[in-house]
Ligand binder design. Structure first.
Ligand code: ATP
Ligand code: MG
Length: 641
């Protein structure tokens, strides 16, 4: 290999930087090389600048500058006193290069090496301008999230399209800053892309204050997720559950649901003043999973008809069981967001519009607060939302990219087959495996990567690993990554709060970074409790405890809704099973809105000339609201037929 003999000159620098020679190459195996550290040069390098794991080094070649990351340091012959010389060895992985232009000036970084190092090549520390070239990303489509550990003046950049296009994960032990990191990354993305579409599942109700004014906060009190949007698997889990010998009940339900949907559709056609019949909609296309409205009263009505038939006398039990379960669930106040609506109406466009922010209306992120809901209900909600996101991507052909952010991901897609909720696992796995093609991306956040389904983690192409102390969690990450990144992972158990090892397609190089500080009013509300300061204060009066008990019983954090729910559900306290509550008690008086339920945004249902949907690159531009509404209605039609 023809190498330049001149000392490398950094022509991009305004202020020349001292050239730090590190040593020479004494062994090469593929992209892996061993460098013998210079004794005299090593003394000249100040301690702060001596190579460490993750430091970027370079070899100056004729046509390019080859860059390598330090992956190991050792001293095979340690000396016992200062006067003795000792061998010091640095192992590196060559990861990319800066090709030179015709004047010998380094151009933009590219991965892969065209000139491999050979024995005797001199190795230097990369200069500041080489570092910034190596870690730089296109400023149009990248965001700064912090700085690299090697040099605080070099920003840590993330390539938005690469990171979101192929899913990303934020991992770390509790309190290491995962939620702050997610808030920081999303905020920076939103600054660049105010017309984004992000759905964030917030199990601990901590993100609303991070996105004040730019988020649609959906709580159990104001959530509307009609039961007929459930697919068959989800409906079975809610209406039948995991009881033994449930096969008969499942088959009955499979037969009933399409019948109830057909009944609803034919009623709509007959009703001249009702919803306009869909052009070309063929009722023979109604399947058990077709997202068409139907009434629970039609389900129970059909069941009654079956029960009334004499020939069924011997087999009445599953029909009666199913009818009673449907009636109980649809009266359960905890499921009010699914069954609580006074009338069944086709509001699928409104539901999708609110969840996926179409139009954005200045709120590009929907935060679905699930805190306080029982876990079986959370499971169903997460399953429906993940499935809707995926199906929306499919039926919109990926024209409106959506990012689905999932906190505590190990809860929903656990590695343990006996845990979790099957439909939720299915919905999230589908996004992980196929979402990229349909513009649906995942952000998985977990404290326990070892408890997360490995197929999900393997689909996350950008990883932010914060401090992880558990061996099993660390091993999961080490599998299947380059030596350079794997050596960085050695820092996993010792990193400070707000630091991370990042690797994958969303970043230029595997690196250790320090995230920028979020302003205090942008922190997710999850501050570690101060025991000493709280225990030094007097307790609040009795009303504080009463309020907690109210919330607990009514399963809501909304004080208005709490009063409402407590008034309407007194029997719940006494009866261990879901107490039957009179249906009317759940409904608002004529002309009143149910507390917390938002009226649909202005403009819903309006006919508008159809306009082409936007491509991902247009996300920074506002989209025409009416056009999106019309397109949404069109998509739903395709979805159903
Ligand atoms: N980038 C940051 N800017 C400001 N503060 C930060 C940052 N990262 C971490 N912190 C501090 O660390 C604390 C814990 O962070 P955070 O709540 O994000 O941890 P977590 O990993 O999400 O914890 P858990 O697993 O329990 O949810 C925050 O309250 C904040 O004080
Ligand atoms: Mg958190």
């Amino acid at each position: 290999m023809n190498r330049s003999t001149a000392q490398p000159q950094d022509q991009m620098e305004t202020r020349p930087e001292p050239i730090a020679r590190v040593g020479r190459i004494v062994a090469v195996t593929g992209a892996h090389a061993i460098i013998l550290l210079d004794v005299e040069e090593r003394i000249n390098i100040d301690a702060e600048r001596s190579p460490e794991i993750g430091t970027l080094l370079k070899v100056d070649c004729t046509t390019s500058i080859s860059l390598a990351l330090v992956s190991a340091l050792s001293s095979p012959m340690p000396s016992h006193n200062k006067s003795e010389q000792e061998l010091r060895i640095v192992e590196v992985e060559f990861i990319g290069e800066l090709p030179k232009d015709e004047h010998g000036r380094p151009k933009a970084f590219r991965r892969g090496i065209s000139s491999y190092p050979s024995l005797g090549d001199i190795v230097y520390r990369a200069s500041r301008s080489e570092l910034s070239k190596a870690y730089a990303c296109d400023s149009e489509t990248s965001i700064r999230v912090g700085h690299i550990q090697q040099d605080p003046t070099i920003p840590a950049m993330i390539k938005i399209d690469e990171m979101l296009g192929k899913h990303f994960a934020v991992l770390g032990t509790t309190g290491t800053g995962k939620s702050c990191t997610v808030a920081l990354i999303l905020r920076r993305i939103l600054e660049k892309n105010p017309q984004a579409h992000i759905l964030l599942l917030d199990v601990h109700r901590e993100y609303a204050q991070s996105f004040k004014g730019i988020s649609e906060v959906i709580t159990p009190d104001n959530m509307v997720l009609p039961f007929w949007l459930l697919n068959f698997d989800e409906a079975v889990e809610i209406l039948i559950g995991q009881q033994p010998g449930r096969e008969t009940d499942v088959e009955i339900l499979r037969e009933l649901i399409p019948m109830a949907k057909a009944r609803y559709m034919s009623n709509q056609r007959r009703d001249k003043n009702g919803v306009t019949p869909r052009n070309g909609f063929d009722s023979s296309n109604i399947g058990v999973d077709t997202p068409l409205p139907f009434r629970t009263s039609d389900l129970t009505g059909i069941l009654e008809e079956y029960i009334g038939k004499l020939e069924l006398r011997g087999e009445l039990a599953p029909y009666k069981r199913l009818k009673s379960r449907i009636e109980t669930i649809s009266r359960d106040p905890r499921y009010a967001f699914m069954f609580g609506s006074l009338t069944v109406q086709d509001n699928m466009s409104q539901v999708l519009a609110r969840l996926f922010r179409i139009p954005v209306n200045g709120k590009p992120i929907a935060i679905v607060e699930l805190g306080g809901l029982p876990s079986e209900i959370i499971n169903v909600v997460v399953s429906v939302l993940a499935r809707l996101a995926f199906d929306f991507g499919v039926w919109s052909a990926g024209r409106i990219p959506i990012t689905f952010v999932c906190e505590e991901a190990h809860r929903y897609v656990p590695i343990d087959k006996t845990l979790g909720f099957e439909p939720t696992k299915k919905s999230i796995s589908r996004i992980a495996k196929e979402g990229r093609k349909y513009g649906v991306s995942l952000c998985m956040i977990t404290q326990r990567p070892a408890e997360l389904d490995p197929t999900i983690l393997s689909q996350c192409n950008t990883i932010f690993s914060m401090r992880l102390t558990n061996e099993r969690d660390q091993d999961i990450l080490r599998a299947g990554i380059s030596d350079a990144a794997a050596s960085l992972l050695e820092f996993m158990s010792t990193m400070g709060t707000g630091e991370a090892i990042t690797f994958g397609e969303g970043v230029a190089l595997p690196t250790r970074i320090k995230f920028d500080m979020l302003a205090e009013d942008e922190w997710p509300k999850s501050n570690t409790a101060s025991f000493t300061s709280n225990w030094a204060k007097d307790l609040p009066d009795d009303s504080f405890l009463h309020e907690i008990v109210h919330r607990w019983r009514s399963q809501t954090f909304n004080p208005d809704a709490a009063n409402y729910a407590v008034e309407t559900a007194p029997a719940q306290v006494v009866v261990p099973q879901h107490a039957p509550i009179r249906r009317e008690s759940l409904q608002p008086a004529a002309g009143q809105q149910r507390p917390g339920i938002q009226p649909p945004p202005a403009g819903f249902g309006q006919q508008a000339p159809q306009q082409p949907l936007r491509r991902s690159a247009d996300l920074a531009q506002p989209a025409p609201a009416a056009g999106q509404q019309a397109s949404l209605a069109n998509l739903i039609k395709q979805f159903r037929t």
